[in-house]
Design a protein around this ligand. Structure first.
Ligand code: 5AD
Ligand code: FES
Length: 351
């Protein structure tokens, strides 16, 4: 007899592995009851490793200049309507220092693929942050670079690297990106990063154009096999200056369901409740934590540039000061029975 969805979820918890077809069934045949059972399991698994702690990372959006033309992204080079900026080394380091005073111990430097940040320039910034903020971790999220570049930045002190794979399906990747970008190269970069010694994060958007349960099943299988330390997933949200302007946004419900599945597949993974999730629902980030996420990423960028880091429409937290975002998230976490903890928030062994 065919296994029920409930059976599949229980087996996933035990074995942390299913076939692609089974992952697809979990998505296509999901019911509100199954989602609730899955969420309970995910929360139990997360509590076993991380208790009621939620880690917070300071996101510093260092540049919105990008050489790429991803069809979903508001920073794409074809978007002429966007006022472009890049932060100086000093602006970046002082944003981190401000965060350090507020209790941040991880800084995520994220930006478009902007050639201004050479290995030397970025390496100097990483070294200076580590010098002025002792004991902190630096995460880079600066897209595809050469192995030599990743290596030099690792030597400069970068600890982690986020590079979303965007989709584990090659044909789907081609639908989301211009022809000069390749799925193979993206996957190659992820392997290089892992090889060099970074803690590595992959991830994808939920509800991106052309995505079905089949593509999502591939994403889950990829996560099962690649075993990332971090995984960033959030709903796709259309941006009005991109070719996907009229495409529907992804849903909170499916995003949370996938967060729970990823928690079961890979119990220790660092899983953020993303800003995109907070953008499509007023309690999106809380719902993400309640589904099994354990990280939030308040914005630490200088307030003057926040509106310009416009990956998608209506992004939240663009008018608030860094301290306000931290306080806001701290309150939000307490309201649902969790607490933000000061610390680097490294991945923990699965006990
Ligand atoms: N909606 C949601 N997420 C987006 N990203 C880029 N554009 C969008 C969008 N329109 C995500 C991508 C990228 C990350 C920095 O932001 O997954 O890797
Ligand atoms: Fe930025 Fe709530 S987290 S205002």
């Amino acid at each position: 007899m065919k296994e029920t969805i409930g059976d599949l979820i229980r087996r996933l918890r035990e074995e942390r592995s299913l076939t692609e077809e089974e992952y697809a069934r979990l998505i296509e045949e999901r019911t509100p009851e199954a989602a609730e059972a899955l969420q309970d399991l995910a929360v139990t698994v997360r509590r076993r490793i991380y208790g009621d702690e939620v880690f917070f990372r300071g996101l510093i959006e260092i540049s919105n200049i990008c050489k790429n033309d991803c069809l979903y992204c508001g920073l794409r080079r074809s978007n002429r309507a966007l006022r472009r900026y890049r932060l100086s080394g000093e602006e970046i380091v002082s944003s981190a220092e401000e965060g350090f005073r507020l209790g941040f111990r991880t800084f995520v430097l994220q930006g478009g693929e902007d050639a201004f940040y050479t290995d030397e320039a970025l390496g100097d910034i990483v070294r200076e942050i580590k010098r002025r903020c002792p004991g902190c971790a630096v995460t880079l999220s600066m897209g595809e670079r050469s192995r030599e570049s990743y290596q030099a930045l690792f030597v400069a002190g970068a600890d982690r690297y986020l590079l979303r794979h965007e989709t584990a399906d090659k044909a789907h990747y081609a639908r989301l990106h211009p022809p000069e970008m390749s799925w193979e190269h993206r996957m190659h970069c992820l392997r290089e990063l892992r090889d060099i010694g970074y803690q590595v994060g992959c991830g994808f958007m939920v509800g991106s154009p052309g995505q079905t349960a089949r593509e999502l099943a591939k994403d889950l299988k990829f996560i099962e096999e690649f075993k990332p330390d971090m995984c960033g997933i959030g709903p796709f949200i259309p941006h009005h200056e991109t070719p996907f302007r009229r495409e529907p946004a992804g849903s909170v419900e499916l995003t949370c369901y996938l967060l729970s599945l990823i928690r079961l597949i890979r119990p220790p993974v660092l899983l953020p409740a993303t800003t995109a999730l907070g953008t499509i629902h007023p309690q999106g980030r809380e719902l993400g934590i309640l589904a099994g996420a354990n990280v939030v990423m308040p914005n630490l960028s200088p307030v003057g540039v926040r509106k310009q880091y416009e990956l998608y429409d209506n992004k939240i937290c663009t008018g608030e000061e860094s301290a306000q975002c931290l306080r806001c998230l701290d309150l939000r976490m307490r309201e649902i029975g969790y607490r933000l903890t000061v610390g680097r928030g490294d991945v923990r062994p699965d006990t």
